[in-house]
Design a protein around this ligand. Structure first.
Ligand code: PEP
Ligand code: MG
Length: 839
């Protein structure tokens, strides 16, 4: 038996663990110990020991004392989300330290602003063999002052009796694409909640379940039997939970073993290319459609990087800063694309998980510790993991290499200022990118409508770049082999994404004929896009556009949008650190109204909170932000922000062109409060004409009470993205449930029906501005339920209008009535497709 004494790692107020606002600490799930509310900004070693680990986010580290006690020191609560911002690590893993040595410095001001709490916990994580005694608490302590004692067995005794609770489960993987990045990230996220170890074995290969890269390296495929081993406190419970998660598909759909999907076919190798001879290259279908254009080669180039670093500490810091900065960029992209772009945001969330991956960062830190520069170390770490995936000889896992390369490129570009996107900034018209493998971020950065096609030597049909291409409407063929890389720059091409073929140097007449055929439908739709939209039996359906960026209004006009049905104003000022003034807002709104030349502009008041942070309006950290301060609740909490915005909207000329839409309405009183503010501002501005006010139907009670809301406003607009999230109780940002978050769920459709019924009592129109308004498949259902305005992304407006013109209200009502009686969103889709097979 030995006793270890621990000094306080910071100066401050010694506080009981029960008072830490995090159940993991308060309920001693992590271990027993104490917390200190710090007044000093440097974490110091509480005893002599060895640094066992430093968390990738630099906010925590673990020491092992000579007695075998392992002590976790954790600065602040929820500080992992800062991704290292504000922390400077003073030690390395494996380093011996003496009591009082600096471990991590932190920026107290930044943490005070951004963290939920500064309370710094010191807990013994291997508590089975150790007991905490003689705790000092509820008083001021100095750094190093005795805080508690740990009674336990000596290190050798600990090893002998290190009988951690252990549990094992065997579970078959039913995810058709195997344990790829998204489910791996979901599993790792859950495993990390467990303080003990979690490993998974597949076909003799073992992985640390807390590491996405390690999990992906398992090569686990559909049907594989995994063995899950959990060690540490509550191992049985954790193992059971993890097994159930794996069975549920970790957010991906599951497929019984018998229906194993086909592995993509082998690629036919081509020979050579001359302008007078057409060559047909075969590949794998990645995104449908036919594109005609000219090759723009996007070649692999690998910038030379200096191998030697400038000191371990400096390079460690540089890497951490670069990772944090890239993480912030991706998060900004996710929140910008957040609305209705589920596939895109999920892909980039998976990239965020890779950035945090402990195996990757640890591999890079090992290189840095050996004297390498941060960029060199990062490239080496990524290359090693890519190689592991490559060697698994599994086409599905090989597709994830593109994601690794993407984060490699981003981080190195951040570190060196070189090596950003390889796609030329100026693309010729009808460009068809020909690449070894285009990276998801490179494709996502290309503005809509700029590419005629995409061909890749590598990649696969489920690679993230293929998913993005589909979403952007770009025909794509992948896995074409090295022959694709010999396609000359500028060569005329036809990319047939429906057949998985690429014609190199097709004769001019074939190109023209293909172009004409492909464009005919589009042209026909565009030609009539500027006309009013009516169903075949003359029911007027307004097709508006959702706008979120200043340039969107021009494309909405070009595509025949009949107005703007949702201006997401928070996106206009996303990058700013200060609130936009009334004049700045007016200028933006006026420009949009001018571009739309008199068409209605529905301006949504600021909608932040939940998944939508805004730099100039810092919000408190919340346990459940999507159920907390969001939308109108924030606006009413910051009346000065709302008033400024209302005044700017009221001042747009001509009066009456704008309508005001209020997000996240959950009660009639909120709408009344906004109405009162509008009236006060209108009178103060001396404006005589009233402005139309609408409520967004996003909270289920708003749909149920639509009659009461309709009595208080001029129109209703259904935000199906949020309505679905709240109706199904599935967080729209949570990958575990992403696959089941379906706006065509019959229950959601019933809420749409209820909204329309309520609005009709007061003769109010109902619009839909959520993601499903852009889906042709949803149009007959929504129209059949009585919706008279669809606000969609500008690009789909011509096709949507053309489709609606073929519908009759009787058909729509019939299909909508049947849909309400079905069980699932899939049933609803099948019903619509059986009626309109072309969809
Ligand atoms: C919605 O929730 O459907 C909506 C249109 O709003 P947002 O996607 O911006 O939350
Ligand atoms: Mg919403």
């Amino acid at each position: 038996m030995s006793t270890l004494t621990l000094g306080s790692p910071v100066a401050g107020w010694a506080t009981r663990l029960e008072e830490v606002p995090d159940p993991a600490f308060a309920q001693r799930m992590v271990g027993d110990g104490i917390a200190v509310d710090p007044t000093s900004a440097e974490l110091r070693a509480p005893c002599d020991g060895v640094v066992v680990s430093v968390h990738g986010a630099r906010h925590a580290c673990t020491l092992r004392a000579v007695t075998g006690a392992e002590i976790l020191l954790h600065i602040g609560i929820d500080t992992v989300s800062l991704r290292g911002e504000g922390f400077t690590v003073r030690v390395q893993e494996g380093q011996r330290v003496r009591a009082g040595d600096p471990l991590i410095s932190f920026d107290m001001d930044l943490l005070a602003r951004k963290a939920r709490s500064l309370l710094t916990a010191m807990v013994v994580v291997n508590g089975e063999a150790h007991t905490v005694t003689n705790r000092v608490q509820d008083r001021e302590v100095a750094v190093g002052e005795l805080l508690l004692a740990v009674a336990g067995e000596s290190s050798s005794a600990v090893q002998e009796t290190a009988g951690d609770e252990k549990a094992e489960r065997r579970v078959r993987l039913l995810i058709p694409h195997g344990l790829h990045a998204r489910p791996a990230a979901a599993l790792a996220r859950h495993a990390k909640l467990h303080a003990g170890s979690v490993s998974i074995v597949n076909k003799g290969r073992s992985a640390n379940a807390k590491s996405v890269v390690s999990l992906m390296g398992l090569g686990a495929r559909h049907g594989d039997m995994l063995t899950l081993t959990v060690q540490g406190e509550q191992a049985e419970r954790v193992a059971q939970e993890l097994m159930e998660l794996v069975i549920s598909g970790l957010g991906d759909p599951v497929q019984p073993i018998a229906e194993q999907p086909e592995v993509p076919a082998e690629v036919t190798a081509p020979q050579h290319f001359t302008p007078d001879q057409e060559v047909l290259l075969k590949g794998t279908i990645a995104a449908p459609g036919v594109g005609v254009g000219n090759a723009v080669r996007v070649l692999e180039e690998s910038a030379e990087l200096p191998m030697d670093g400038q000191g371990i500490q400096a390079e460690t810091q540089r890497l951490a800063d670069a990772l944090a900065s890239v993480g912030r960029d991706i998060e900004a992209l996710v929140s910008r694309e957040g609305a209705g772009e589920a596939a895109k945001t999920e892909i980039f969330r998976a990239h965020l998980a890779l950035l945090e991956d402990p195996e990757l960062t640890e591999a890079a830190h090992r290189e840095i510790a050996a004297g390498r520069g941060a960029a060199w170390a990062w490239r080496k770490a990524v290359a090693r993991h890519a190689q592991v995936l490559h060697e698994l000889n599994d086409p599905l896992l090989a597709e994830r290499i593109g994601d690794l390369r993407d984060i490699e490129r981003r981080v190195i570009s951040q570190l060196t200022g070189r090596g950003g996107s390889r796609v030329p900034a100026e693309l010729p018209p009808d460009a068809i990118l020909v690449a070894d493998e285009l990276l998801p971020s490179e494709l996502a950065a290309i503005p809509a409508g700029r590419l005629a096609g995409l061909c890749m030597a590598r990649g696969g049909p489920t690679s993230h770049v293929a998913i993005l291409a589909s979403g952007m409407g770009i025909p794509a063929v992948v896995a074409m082999g090295d022959a694709a890389l010999r396609v000359p720059h500028g060569a005329p091409l036809i990319v047939d994404g429906n057949r998985g073929e690429v014609h190199v140097f097709p004769p001019a007449e074939v190109r023209d004929a293909t172009r004409r055929a492909a464009a005919a439908r589009q042209e026909a739709n565009l030609a009539t896009a500027h006309e009013e939209c009516r169903t075949a039996d003359n029911v007027r359906i307004e097709v508006f556009a959702n706008l979120g960026r200043p340039g969107d209004a021009a494309s909405a006009m070009a595509k025949g949008a009949e107005g703007c049905g949702l201006l997401r104003t928070e996106f206009l000022f996303l990058e700013r650190s200060t609130a936009p003034s009334e004049a700045e807002q007016l200028a933006q709104y006026q420009e949009i109204a001018d571009t739309l030349r008199g068409r209605p502009v529905v301006i949504r008041t600021i909608d932040v909170g939940g998944d939508k942070p805004l730099a100039y309006l810092p919000l408190p950290r919340e346990e459940n932000p999507v159920l907390g301060l969001r939308g109108v609740r924030i606006a009413l909490q910051h009346p000065e922000v709302l008033r400024t915005q209302l005044r700017a909207i009221l001042r747009v000329k001509p009066a009456g062109v704008c309508r005001i839409l209020v997000p996240m309405i959950a009660s009639v009183s909120e709408l009344r409060m906004v109405r009162a503010m509008i009236e006060a501002e209108r009178q103060a501005l001396g404006i005589t004409r009233t402005i139309e006010l609408g409520a967004m139907i996003e909270v289920p009670v708003a749909a149920v009470q639509a009659d009461r809301l309709a009595a208080e406003c001029d129109f209703l607009s259904i935000g199906t993205n949020d309505l679905t999230q709240y109706a199904l109780a599935m967080d729209r940002g949570n990958p575990y449930v992403a696959a089941r978050l379906d706006s065509l769920h019959p229950g959601v459709l019933r809420l749409v029906a209820q909204t329309v019924a309520g609005a009709r009592k007061h003769g109010r129109p109902v619009a839909v501005c959520g993601g499903i308004a852009s889906e042709a498949l949803a149009a007959p259902l929504l129209i059949g339920l009585g919706v008279t305005e669809l606000s969609a992304t500008p690009a789909v407006v011509p096709d949507l209008k053309a489709f609606i013109r073929t519908l009759t209200s009787a058909q729509c009502e019939d299909v909508a009535r049947k849909a309400l009686e079905l069980e699932s969103g899939d049933d609803v889709r099948a019903l619509v497709k059986s009626t309109w097979p072309g969809l």
